[in-house]
Design a protein around this ligand. Structure first.
Ligand code: SAM
Ligand code: FES
Length: 350
Protein backbone atom coordinates (compact mmCIF):
# COMPACT_ATOMS: atom_id res chain seq x y z
CA UNK A 1 0.00 0.00 0.00
CA UNK A 2 1.37 3.36 -1.01
CA UNK A 3 2.35 5.88 1.60
CA UNK A 4 -0.32 8.57 1.82
CA UNK A 5 2.30 11.29 1.68
CA UNK A 6 3.67 9.89 -1.54
CA UNK A 7 0.14 10.01 -2.96
CA UNK A 8 -0.22 13.64 -1.91
CA UNK A 9 3.12 14.50 -3.54
CA UNK A 10 2.01 12.79 -6.72
CA UNK A 11 -1.36 14.53 -6.67
CA UNK A 12 0.49 17.82 -6.48
CA UNK A 13 2.81 16.89 -9.32
CA UNK A 14 0.39 15.16 -11.72
CA UNK A 15 -2.76 17.03 -10.63
CA UNK A 16 -4.67 13.78 -10.41
CA UNK A 17 -4.62 10.24 -9.02
CA UNK A 18 -6.23 6.94 -9.96
CA UNK A 19 -9.59 6.09 -8.45
CA UNK A 20 -8.20 3.52 -6.01
CA UNK A 21 -5.58 6.01 -4.90
CA UNK A 22 -8.16 8.68 -4.19
CA UNK A 23 -10.10 6.15 -2.12
CA UNK A 24 -6.97 5.32 -0.19
CA UNK A 25 -6.20 8.97 0.46
CA UNK A 26 -9.78 9.63 1.61
CA UNK A 27 -9.96 6.66 3.94
CA UNK A 28 -6.45 6.20 5.32
CA UNK A 29 -5.08 9.67 5.93
CA UNK A 30 -3.66 10.55 9.35
CA UNK A 31 -3.66 13.86 11.21
CA UNK A 32 -0.15 14.52 9.86
CA UNK A 33 -1.25 13.79 6.29
CA UNK A 34 -4.20 16.14 6.78
CA UNK A 35 -1.89 18.99 7.88
CA UNK A 36 0.52 18.16 5.06
CA UNK A 37 -2.04 18.31 2.24
CA UNK A 38 -3.70 21.43 3.63
CA UNK A 39 -0.38 23.23 3.69
CA UNK A 40 0.36 22.22 0.11
CA UNK A 41 -3.11 23.35 -1.01
CA UNK A 42 -2.78 26.64 0.84
CA UNK A 43 0.60 27.33 -0.76
CA UNK A 44 -0.77 26.45 -4.19
CA UNK A 45 -3.66 28.90 -3.73
CA UNK A 46 -1.27 31.58 -2.45
CA UNK A 47 1.03 31.14 -5.44
CA UNK A 48 -1.92 32.04 -7.70
CA UNK A 49 -4.06 34.43 -5.66
CA UNK A 50 -1.57 35.75 -3.08
CA UNK A 51 -3.47 36.98 -0.03
CA UNK A 52 -6.53 37.96 -2.07
CA UNK A 53 -9.96 36.56 -1.33
CA UNK A 54 -12.62 37.16 -3.97
CA UNK A 55 -16.11 38.00 -2.78
CA UNK A 56 -19.43 37.21 -4.43
CA UNK A 57 -22.64 38.87 -3.26
CA UNK A 58 -25.30 36.19 -2.98
CA UNK A 59 -28.86 37.22 -3.86
CA UNK A 60 -31.40 34.47 -3.17
CA UNK A 61 -34.04 35.69 -5.58
CA UNK A 62 -36.73 33.02 -5.20
CA UNK A 63 -37.42 30.04 -2.97
CA UNK A 64 -40.09 28.58 -5.24
CA UNK A 65 -38.85 25.33 -6.73
CA UNK A 66 -40.46 22.83 -9.09
CA UNK A 67 -38.01 20.15 -7.95
CA UNK A 68 -38.16 17.85 -5.00
CA UNK A 69 -34.56 16.94 -4.17
CA UNK A 70 -34.71 14.81 -1.02
CA UNK A 71 -32.03 16.86 0.77
CA UNK A 72 -33.22 20.39 0.08
CA UNK A 73 -35.25 22.50 2.50
CA UNK A 74 -37.00 24.48 -0.25
CA UNK A 75 -38.13 21.39 -2.16
CA UNK A 76 -41.59 21.56 -3.69
CA UNK A 77 -43.15 19.14 -1.22
CA UNK A 78 -42.16 21.20 1.79
CA UNK A 79 -45.50 22.85 2.48
CA UNK A 80 -44.16 24.67 5.55
CA UNK A 81 -41.95 27.07 3.60
CA UNK A 82 -43.03 30.69 3.34
CA UNK A 83 -42.49 31.19 -0.38
CA UNK A 84 -41.22 34.48 -1.81
CA UNK A 85 -39.96 36.01 -5.03
CA UNK A 86 -37.89 39.17 -5.11
CA UNK A 87 -39.08 41.82 -7.58
CA UNK A 88 -36.78 43.30 -10.18
CA UNK A 89 -36.60 46.45 -8.03
CA UNK A 90 -35.65 44.41 -4.94
CA UNK A 91 -32.88 42.66 -6.86
CA UNK A 92 -31.51 45.87 -8.36
CA UNK A 93 -31.52 47.41 -4.91
CA UNK A 94 -29.50 44.47 -3.56
CA UNK A 95 -27.03 45.02 -6.40
CA UNK A 96 -26.73 48.74 -5.60
CA UNK A 97 -26.11 48.01 -1.93
CA UNK A 98 -23.62 45.34 -2.93
CA UNK A 99 -21.79 47.68 -5.27
CA UNK A 100 -21.32 50.23 -2.50
CA UNK A 101 -19.95 47.49 -0.28
CA UNK A 102 -17.35 46.56 -2.90
CA UNK A 103 -18.91 43.52 -4.58
CA UNK A 104 -18.06 43.11 -8.26
CA UNK A 105 -19.81 39.76 -8.71
CA UNK A 106 -23.48 39.08 -8.04
CA UNK A 107 -24.68 35.52 -7.68
CA UNK A 108 -28.38 35.18 -8.45
CA UNK A 109 -29.47 31.94 -6.86
CA UNK A 110 -32.92 30.44 -6.59
CA UNK A 111 -35.07 27.38 -6.83
CA UNK A 112 -36.20 26.31 -10.28
CA UNK A 113 -38.97 28.88 -10.49
CA UNK A 114 -40.83 29.05 -13.80
CA UNK A 115 -42.15 32.51 -12.93
CA UNK A 116 -38.66 33.77 -13.73
CA UNK A 117 -39.12 32.98 -17.42
CA UNK A 118 -36.61 33.79 -20.14
CA UNK A 119 -37.99 37.27 -20.82
CA UNK A 120 -37.93 38.22 -17.15
CA UNK A 121 -34.46 36.76 -16.61
CA UNK A 122 -32.92 38.41 -19.65
CA UNK A 123 -34.47 41.77 -18.74
CA UNK A 124 -33.05 41.39 -15.24
CA UNK A 125 -29.57 40.51 -16.49
CA UNK A 126 -29.55 43.41 -18.96
CA UNK A 127 -30.74 45.84 -16.28
CA UNK A 128 -28.06 44.77 -13.79
CA UNK A 129 -25.37 45.05 -16.46
CA UNK A 130 -26.62 48.52 -17.49
CA UNK A 131 -26.29 49.78 -13.94
CA UNK A 132 -23.10 47.92 -13.09
CA UNK A 133 -21.20 47.15 -16.29
CA UNK A 134 -18.02 46.40 -14.37
CA UNK A 135 -19.65 43.55 -12.43
CA UNK A 136 -19.90 39.87 -13.27
CA UNK A 137 -23.21 38.04 -13.03
CA UNK A 138 -23.27 34.44 -11.88
CA UNK A 139 -26.51 32.51 -12.21
CA UNK A 140 -27.51 29.51 -10.13
CA UNK A 141 -31.03 28.62 -11.18
CA UNK A 142 -30.87 24.92 -11.96
CA UNK A 143 -31.48 22.91 -15.09
CA UNK A 144 -32.69 24.85 -18.13
CA UNK A 145 -32.69 24.35 -21.89
CA UNK A 146 -29.68 25.12 -24.06
CA UNK A 147 -31.68 28.00 -25.56
CA UNK A 148 -32.42 29.57 -22.19
CA UNK A 149 -28.81 29.32 -21.07
CA UNK A 150 -27.75 30.88 -24.37
CA UNK A 151 -30.19 33.78 -24.08
CA UNK A 152 -28.97 34.56 -20.57
CA UNK A 153 -25.37 34.43 -21.71
CA UNK A 154 -26.08 36.76 -24.61
CA UNK A 155 -27.90 39.10 -22.23
CA UNK A 156 -24.70 39.40 -20.21
CA UNK A 157 -24.52 36.55 -17.68
CA UNK A 158 -20.91 35.48 -17.21
CA UNK A 159 -20.91 32.41 -15.01
CA UNK A 160 -23.22 29.56 -13.97
CA UNK A 161 -23.20 27.36 -10.88
CA UNK A 162 -24.74 23.93 -11.14
CA UNK A 163 -23.40 21.29 -8.79
CA UNK A 164 -23.39 17.81 -10.27
CA UNK A 165 -24.25 16.64 -6.69
CA UNK A 166 -22.78 13.16 -7.28
CA UNK A 167 -21.07 11.65 -10.31
CA UNK A 168 -22.55 8.19 -9.68
CA UNK A 169 -25.92 7.61 -11.37
CA UNK A 170 -27.15 5.13 -8.72
CA UNK A 171 -26.23 7.51 -5.94
CA UNK A 172 -27.88 10.37 -7.85
CA UNK A 173 -31.09 8.35 -7.91
CA UNK A 174 -30.98 8.00 -4.11
CA UNK A 175 -30.86 11.77 -3.67
CA UNK A 176 -33.42 12.86 -6.25
CA UNK A 177 -36.83 11.86 -7.54
CA UNK A 178 -36.93 9.86 -10.77
CA UNK A 179 -37.52 12.89 -12.96
CA UNK A 180 -34.02 14.15 -12.21
CA UNK A 181 -31.08 12.27 -13.65
CA UNK A 182 -27.32 12.56 -13.63
CA UNK A 183 -27.38 12.38 -17.41
CA UNK A 184 -29.59 15.48 -17.68
CA UNK A 185 -27.46 17.31 -15.13
CA UNK A 186 -24.27 16.54 -17.03
CA UNK A 187 -25.85 17.63 -20.31
CA UNK A 188 -26.63 21.00 -18.73
CA UNK A 189 -23.04 21.33 -17.54
CA UNK A 190 -21.63 20.59 -20.99
CA UNK A 191 -24.19 22.95 -22.59
CA UNK A 192 -23.07 25.74 -20.27
CA UNK A 193 -19.43 25.14 -21.16
CA UNK A 194 -20.21 25.02 -24.83
CA UNK A 195 -22.01 28.38 -24.67
CA UNK A 196 -18.99 30.01 -23.06
CA UNK A 197 -19.90 30.42 -19.41
CA UNK A 198 -17.36 30.05 -16.63
CA UNK A 199 -18.99 26.98 -15.08
CA UNK A 200 -19.07 25.86 -11.50
CA UNK A 201 -19.90 22.40 -10.28
CA UNK A 202 -19.52 20.46 -7.05
CA UNK A 203 -21.18 18.21 -4.50
CA UNK A 204 -22.20 17.82 -0.90
CA UNK A 205 -19.77 15.99 1.37
CA UNK A 206 -21.46 13.24 3.36
CA UNK A 207 -24.74 13.25 1.48
CA UNK A 208 -26.81 10.19 2.45
CA UNK A 209 -25.55 6.89 0.98
CA UNK A 210 -22.31 8.49 -0.27
CA UNK A 211 -19.29 6.17 -0.24
CA UNK A 212 -15.56 6.95 -0.55
CA UNK A 213 -15.81 5.43 -4.01
CA UNK A 214 -18.49 7.98 -4.92
CA UNK A 215 -16.22 10.78 -3.76
CA UNK A 216 -13.39 9.41 -5.90
CA UNK A 217 -15.83 9.43 -8.83
CA UNK A 218 -16.72 13.05 -8.06
CA UNK A 219 -13.05 14.01 -8.14
CA UNK A 220 -12.47 12.21 -11.43
CA UNK A 221 -15.55 13.80 -12.98
CA UNK A 222 -14.34 17.23 -11.89
CA UNK A 223 -10.91 16.53 -13.33
CA UNK A 224 -12.46 15.54 -16.64
CA UNK A 225 -14.96 18.40 -16.79
CA UNK A 226 -12.43 21.08 -15.78
CA UNK A 227 -14.84 23.54 -14.17
CA UNK A 228 -13.75 27.12 -13.58
CA UNK A 229 -15.42 27.05 -10.14
CA UNK A 230 -15.88 24.22 -7.63
CA UNK A 231 -18.34 24.49 -4.74
CA UNK A 232 -18.50 21.88 -2.00
CA UNK A 233 -19.91 21.89 1.49
CA UNK A 234 -21.04 19.36 4.07
CA UNK A 235 -24.53 17.88 3.72
CA UNK A 236 -26.65 19.26 6.56
CA UNK A 237 -30.09 17.82 7.27
CA UNK A 238 -33.25 19.91 7.08
CA UNK A 239 -36.00 18.81 9.46
CA UNK A 240 -38.79 19.09 6.87
CA UNK A 241 -37.20 16.80 4.26
CA UNK A 242 -37.04 13.02 3.77
CA UNK A 243 -33.42 13.24 4.97
CA UNK A 244 -34.34 14.89 8.28
CA UNK A 245 -32.82 12.06 10.32
CA UNK A 246 -29.70 11.49 8.24
CA UNK A 247 -26.24 12.18 9.63
CA UNK A 248 -24.62 15.44 8.66
CA UNK A 249 -21.45 15.39 6.55
CA UNK A 250 -17.98 15.51 8.07
CA UNK A 251 -16.35 18.89 8.64
CA UNK A 252 -12.85 17.46 8.46
CA UNK A 253 -13.52 15.49 5.29
CA UNK A 254 -14.86 18.67 3.66
CA UNK A 255 -11.60 20.45 4.49
CA UNK A 256 -9.60 17.53 3.11
CA UNK A 257 -11.61 17.57 -0.11
CA UNK A 258 -11.12 21.32 -0.57
CA UNK A 259 -7.37 20.70 -0.34
CA UNK A 260 -7.56 17.84 -2.85
CA UNK A 261 -9.60 20.00 -5.25
CA UNK A 262 -7.07 22.82 -5.03
CA UNK A 263 -4.31 20.43 -6.05
CA UNK A 264 -6.52 18.89 -8.77
CA UNK A 265 -7.32 22.24 -10.44
CA UNK A 266 -4.90 24.82 -8.99
CA UNK A 267 -6.49 27.90 -10.57
CA UNK A 268 -10.16 27.09 -9.96
CA UNK A 269 -12.23 29.52 -7.94
CA UNK A 270 -13.20 27.56 -4.84
CA UNK A 271 -15.51 29.09 -2.21
CA UNK A 272 -15.38 28.51 1.48
CA UNK A 273 -19.12 27.95 1.75
CA UNK A 274 -21.90 28.96 4.10
CA UNK A 275 -22.53 25.28 4.86
CA UNK A 276 -18.93 25.00 6.08
CA UNK A 277 -19.51 28.06 8.25
CA UNK A 278 -22.70 26.48 9.58
CA UNK A 279 -21.14 23.15 10.58
CA UNK A 280 -18.28 24.88 12.41
CA UNK A 281 -17.96 28.49 13.63
CA UNK A 282 -14.47 28.70 12.12
CA UNK A 283 -15.40 26.74 9.02
CA UNK A 284 -14.98 29.54 6.51
CA UNK A 285 -11.55 30.49 7.85
CA UNK A 286 -10.42 26.86 7.86
CA UNK A 287 -11.76 26.42 4.30
CA UNK A 288 -9.48 29.23 3.16
CA UNK A 289 -6.61 27.62 5.07
CA UNK A 290 -7.33 24.43 3.08
CA UNK A 291 -6.91 26.25 -0.23
CA UNK A 292 -10.27 27.94 -0.94
CA UNK A 293 -10.06 31.50 -2.32
CA UNK A 294 -13.64 32.83 -2.42
CA UNK A 295 -16.31 33.83 0.09
CA UNK A 296 -19.95 34.54 -0.66
CA UNK A 297 -21.53 36.93 1.83
CA UNK A 298 -25.31 37.14 1.71
CA UNK A 299 -26.82 40.19 -0.02
CA UNK A 300 -30.46 39.04 0.14
CA UNK A 301 -32.91 41.34 1.95
CA UNK A 302 -32.98 40.32 5.62
CA UNK A 303 -36.76 39.82 5.67
CA UNK A 304 -36.56 36.85 3.26
CA UNK A 305 -33.36 35.21 4.44
CA UNK A 306 -34.97 32.82 6.91
CA UNK A 307 -37.14 31.50 4.11
CA UNK A 308 -34.18 30.35 2.02
CA UNK A 309 -33.28 27.63 4.46
CA UNK A 310 -31.75 24.76 2.50
CA UNK A 311 -30.69 23.08 5.76
CA UNK A 312 -31.27 23.67 9.47
CA UNK A 313 -29.46 26.42 11.39
CA UNK A 314 -28.11 28.19 8.30
CA UNK A 315 -25.92 31.08 9.43
CA UNK A 316 -26.18 34.78 8.48
CA UNK A 317 -29.97 34.79 8.23
CA UNK A 318 -30.36 37.80 10.52
CA UNK A 319 -27.50 39.99 9.33
CA UNK A 320 -27.65 42.98 7.02
CA UNK A 321 -25.50 42.79 3.88
CA UNK A 322 -22.96 45.23 5.32
CA UNK A 323 -22.70 43.17 8.51
CA UNK A 324 -22.06 39.98 6.54
CA UNK A 325 -19.36 41.63 4.50
CA UNK A 326 -17.68 43.23 7.52
CA UNK A 327 -17.85 39.98 9.45
CA UNK A 328 -16.12 38.09 6.67
CA UNK A 329 -13.58 40.85 6.18
CA UNK A 330 -12.62 40.55 9.85
CA UNK A 331 -12.49 36.77 9.65
CA UNK A 332 -10.24 36.82 6.60
CA UNK A 333 -7.94 39.46 8.08
CA UNK A 334 -7.61 37.39 11.23
CA UNK A 335 -5.93 34.65 9.18
CA UNK A 336 -3.77 36.97 7.06
CA UNK A 337 -5.95 37.41 3.96
CA UNK A 338 -7.90 40.37 2.54
CA UNK A 339 -11.19 40.75 0.70
CA UNK A 340 -10.74 42.47 -2.67
CA UNK A 341 -13.19 44.48 -4.77
CA UNK A 342 -12.49 42.63 -8.01
CA UNK A 343 -14.58 40.52 -10.38
CA UNK A 344 -12.20 37.63 -9.79
CA UNK A 345 -12.68 35.86 -13.11
CA UNK A 346 -11.10 32.49 -13.77
CA UNK A 347 -7.60 32.91 -15.23
CA UNK A 348 -5.90 30.18 -17.24
CA UNK A 349 -2.53 29.09 -15.88
CA UNK A 350 0.38 30.54 -17.82
N1 SAM B 1 -31.83 25.47 -7.82
C1 SAM B 1 -30.45 25.65 -8.07
C2 SAM B 1 -29.76 24.32 -8.23
O1 SAM B 1 -30.38 23.30 -8.01
O2 SAM B 1 -28.58 24.33 -8.63
C3 SAM B 1 -29.73 26.48 -7.02
C4 SAM B 1 -30.18 26.32 -5.60
S1 SAM B 1 -29.72 24.78 -4.81
C5 SAM B 1 -30.65 24.92 -3.34
C6 SAM B 1 -28.02 25.10 -4.36
C7 SAM B 1 -27.24 23.97 -3.73
O3 SAM B 1 -27.58 23.85 -2.36
C8 SAM B 1 -27.43 22.59 -4.27
O4 SAM B 1 -26.64 22.40 -5.41
C9 SAM B 1 -27.06 21.69 -3.10
O5 SAM B 1 -25.78 21.08 -3.28
C10 SAM B 1 -27.05 22.62 -1.91
N2 SAM B 1 -27.92 22.08 -0.84
C11 SAM B 1 -29.25 21.86 -0.92
N3 SAM B 1 -29.69 21.27 0.21
C12 SAM B 1 -28.62 21.11 1.02
C13 SAM B 1 -28.42 20.53 2.31
N4 SAM B 1 -29.42 19.99 2.98
N5 SAM B 1 -27.16 20.54 2.83
C14 SAM B 1 -26.14 21.10 2.15
N6 SAM B 1 -26.26 21.64 0.93
C15 SAM B 1 -27.48 21.65 0.36
FE1 FES C 1 -34.98 22.98 -5.20
FE2 FES C 1 -33.48 20.95 -5.05
S1 FES C 1 -35.46 21.15 -4.23
S2 FES C 1 -33.01 22.81 -5.98
Amino acid sequence: MAEIRALIDRLERDRTLHKEEFIELLTRYTAEDFAYIREKARKTAQSIFGDKIYTRGLIEFSNYCRNDCYYCGIRRSNGEVDRYRLSKEDILKCCDIGYELGFRTYVLQGGEDGAFNDDIMTDLIVSIKEKHPDCAITLSAGELSYESYKRYFEAGADRYLLRHETANADHYAKLHPERLTLEARKKCLYDLKDIGYQVGTGFMVGSPYQTPENLAEDLLFIKEFQPEMIGIGPFLPHHQTPFADQEKGSYELTLLLIAILRLLIPNANIPSTTALGTINPRGREEGILSGANVVMPNLSPVDVRKNYELYDNKICTGDEAAECRMCLQGRMESIGYRLVNERGDFQPLI
